[in-house]
Design a binder for this molecule. Structure first.
Ligand code: NAI
Length: 331
């Protein structure tokens, strides 16, 4: 497999590339692309004694084309991160342009690749990406993933902290989107016993911490960026699960922010429950060709409070999605 990281010299890009270089034996070539310093990062990583070969590219000399040609996986943390006081939406005007140009590159040079979009605001950059691929007639909803895994990583960590249990003992699905109120952690589904032992106030604080956990990192870094190390870990975990499903056909389940294409089993059923939204973070089963089944039934198992959060998320997501779609359709 060839994997390409776009934005490889950034905080997430460097840490993620390191994890992929040292831990992913399924990746034979790791291709690094950035507008700055990709050769430095590439030279550094290339000295690590694992079998994954490293190549690096800048925009000059058709760098994007070379980085993407033959790629099976494209992982995108390119763009600017938040500073204190900023919401993810504040990043849209800058990052949407970057995502649209990189999507054009994917459409031209590796239209069949699996793509993982990390750049924020994910709720809107994934529609930007999908709409660009549609313009080129190469969109495959089964292979496009908006990365919301960090919300799940945080949900597991935070409830484990509160209940003195191991994070691995929980599988908390976090559905909806990836910003503030659109992040809907389903503790009642993924950690029913531990969650029900908490007081109402502790439950509310836990949910709030998952929804706004990113702010803790932004504040602590004090103007020097947002989550990079935990994000790299989360993206690495998702890449690994998709890689395993694609190469072995194992029906791994992941949660991701995806386009609800009617051709995917469970998509229409889910859409009928979420006011017809076209994009949503939801557990999906994977196979060799990507997303095979959407777990629409998970919504039948949530509690009243989660149902209320879901309603709020749906309303906000509608606007976030339209913003991304009209950015491309309005051009
Ligand atoms: P960073 O600023 O450290 O790195 C971004 C990199 O993108 C830089 O090296 C920059 O040169 C590069 N870049 C800019 N324009 C580019 C282009 N046209 N082509 C290729 N590379 C380009 O930022 P960081 O901290 O790595 O964050 C990256 C993105 O990930 C941000 O948008 C951030 O908000 C997002 N993020 C997403 C999370 C999620 O859960 N999905 C969590 C944390 C951050």
């Amino acid at each position: 497999m060839k994997a390409t990281v776009l934005g490889a010299a950034g905080g997430i890009g460097q840490s993620l590339s390191l994890l992929l270089k040292i831990n992913c034996h399924l990746i034979s070539e790791l291709s690094l692309y950035d507008v700055v310093n990709s050769h430095g990062v590439g030279a550094d990583l290339s000295h690590i004694s694992t079998n994954t070969s490293i190549s690096s590219y800048l925009p000059e000399n058709d760098g994007l084309q070379k980085a993407l040609c033959g790629a099976d996986f494209v992982i995108i943390p390119a763009g600017i991160p938040r500073k204190p006081g900023m919401t993810r939406d504040d990043l849209f005007s800058f990052n949407a342009k970057i995502i649209a140009s990189l999507a054009e590159g994917v459409a031209r040079y590796c239209p069949g690749a699996f793509v993982l979009v990390i750049s924020n605001p994910v709720n809107s950059t994934v529609p930007v990406f999908a709409e660009t691929l549609k313009k080129f007639g190469v969109f495959n909803a089964r292979k496009l993933f908006g990365v919301t895994t960090l919300d799940i990583v945080r949900a597991k960590t935070f409830i484990a902290d509160l209940t003195n249990k191991k994070p691995q003992s929980f599988r908390v699905p976090v559905i909806g989107g990836h910003s503030g109120a659109t992040i809907v952690p389903l503790f009642s589904v993924g950690a029913p016993e531990a969650y029900s032992s908490l007081s109402y106030e502790t439950k509310s604080a836990l949910i709030h911490r998952v929804q706004y956990g990113g702010d803790e990192v932004v504040e602590a870094k004090d103007g020097k960026g947002s989550a990079t190390l935990s994000m790299a870990y989360a993206a690495y975990a998702l890449v690994n699960q998709i890689l395993t499903a694609v190469t072995s056909g194992l029906d791994n389940e992941v949660v991701s922010y995806i386009y609800l294409d009617d051709s995917i089993k469970g998509a229409s059923e889910l859409k009928s429950k979420i006011n017809g939204l076209d994009y949503f973070a939801i557990p999906v089963k994977l196979g060799k060709e990507g997303i095979e089944i959407i777990d629409s039934q998970i919504l039948d198992r949530i509690d009243q409070a989660e149902g209320d959060m879901l309603e709020e998320a749906i309303e906000k997501l509608q606007g976030d999605i339209s913003k991304g779609v009209s950015f491309i359709r309005g051009q």
